[in-house]
Design a binder for this molecule. Structure first.
Ligand code: S5P
Length: 276
C-alpha cells in the first residue's frame, strides 16, 4: 500500500535506522503523533512542562542552548522523563557547517548532543558533506538525522530546487537520514529520469502547527493538524507555544489540556488518512 495508507507500525518495518524505528513504534504504542517543542529558558519550566505533556507525546523537541541555568544534570533528568513517559528526544540543533565542524558540535562542547538526542536535524546548505560529518558521530550511536527541506516561515528560501536537492541528499544517505523537516510529503520530489521512489519511506516532521492563531508576528505561519497530517501527508506535528502558551507553561492544567487536544487532533487526522 502507499506509505500514506500504512499504519505507523507497518512503517516501522520499512526502517533499519534505530531512531526511526523507535519513533514509529512509540507513536503507535502511545497513539500519538505529537511532538512538543519546549522553547523555554529555565530548567524548572522545561522539566515541569515535559512532565505534564509526557503522557500525550511521542517526541520532545529541545533547543538546549536557550536554557540559561543549563548543567548536565538537566540531560539526566530529561532522560529519566523520557523513560518515565516513553518518548524520544529530538535536539533541534539545525547544524549548518562543514563536516568537520558539525561533527565537533554534535559530539562535544557543553551539550554533547549525540550522547542523548535520538534525533537531530541539519540544513542541507553545505551539501552532502554535512551528512558525512554528522553520521561519523551519530551512526555508531544509532542516531537519526532530519534534513530541513522546507521551513514554516514566510519568505523561506528552502523551496524549489533547494528542496529537491535536499531530498536527493537524503536518498543517497538512507542509513542515517530518516526524513525531513518539511511542510508536506517529499515522495517523488527531485527524482531524476529513470529513478523511482518505490520502497522509500522518509518521515516528515512538521512545525508551524497551531489551532488558535495563524502566525506570531515574527514570520511563523501556523496550519492545523488536519491540514498537516491529512491534507499534506506529514507524519508528526510539532507544537510549541500552542501547548505551553505565553507564560512558559505556568498553569500545568492548561498545558495538559492543550497537549491532550493536539494529540487528539493529530491522531484523528491520521486515522482519517489511513481510512480506519
Ligand atoms: O521550519 C521550521 C523548522 C523548525 S524546526 N519552523 C519552526 O518553527 N521550527 C521550530 O519549531 C522552531 O525552532 C520552534 O522551536 C518550533 C515552533 O514553535 P512554535 O512555538 O511556533 O510552535
Amino acid at each position: 500500500a502507499s506509505i500514506l495508507k500504512q499504519t505507523y507500525s507497518q512503517r516501522a518495518a520499512n526502517h533499519t535506522n534505530p531512531a526511526a524505528k523507535a519513533l514509529l513504534e512509540t507513536i503507535e504504542r502511545k497513539r500519538s503523533n505529537l511532538c512538543v517543542s519546549v522553547d523555554v529558558t529555565q530548567k524548572a519550566d522545561f522539566l515541569r512542562i515535559i512532565d505534564v505533556v509526557g503522557p500525550y507525546i511521542c517526541l520532545v523537541k529541545t533547543h538546549v542552548d536557550v536554557i540559561e541555568d543549563f548543567d548536565y544534570s538537566l540531560v539526566e533528568q530529561l532522560q529519566e522523563l523520557s523513560v518515565k513517559h516513553d518518548f524520544q528526544i529530538f535536539e533541534d540543533r539545525k547544524f549548518a557547517d562543514i563536516g568537520n565542524t558539525v561533527a565537533l558540535q554534535y559530539s562535544s562542547g557543553v551539550y554533547k548532543i549525540a550522547q542523548w538526542s535520538h534525533i537531530t536535524n541539519a540544513h542541507p546548505v553545505p551539501g552532502p558533506s554535512i551528512i558525512t560529518g554528522l553520521s561519523s558521530v551519530g551512526l555508531p550511536l544509532g542516531r537519526g538525522l532530519l534534513l530541513l527541506a522546507e521551513m514554516s516561515t514566510k519568505g523561506s528560501l528552502a523551496v524549489g530546487s533547494y528542496t529537491e536537492e535536499a531530498v536527493r541528499m537524503a536518498r543517497a544517505n538512507r542509513d542515517f537520514v530518516i526524513g525531513f523537516i518539511a511542510q508536506r510529503r517529499m515522495d517523488g520530489i527531485g527524482l531524476r529520469d529513470g529513478e523511482s521512489s518505490v520502497g522509500e519511506d522518509f518521515l516528515v516532521l512538521t512545525p508551524g502547527v497551531g489551532l488558535d492563531v495563524k502566525g506570531d508576528g515574527m514570520g511563523q505561519q501556523y496550519r492545523t493538524p488536519r491540514e498537516v497530517v491529512l491534507e499534506s501527508g506529514c507524519d508528526v506535528i510539532i507544537v510549541g507555544r500552542g501547548i505551553y502558551g505565553k507564560d512558559n507553561g505556568a498553569n500545568p492544567e492548561a498545558v495538559r489540556a492543550q497537549a491532550e487536544r493536539y494529540r487528539e487532533e493529530g491522531w484523528k487526522a491520521y486515522q482519517e488518512r489511513i481510512g480506519s
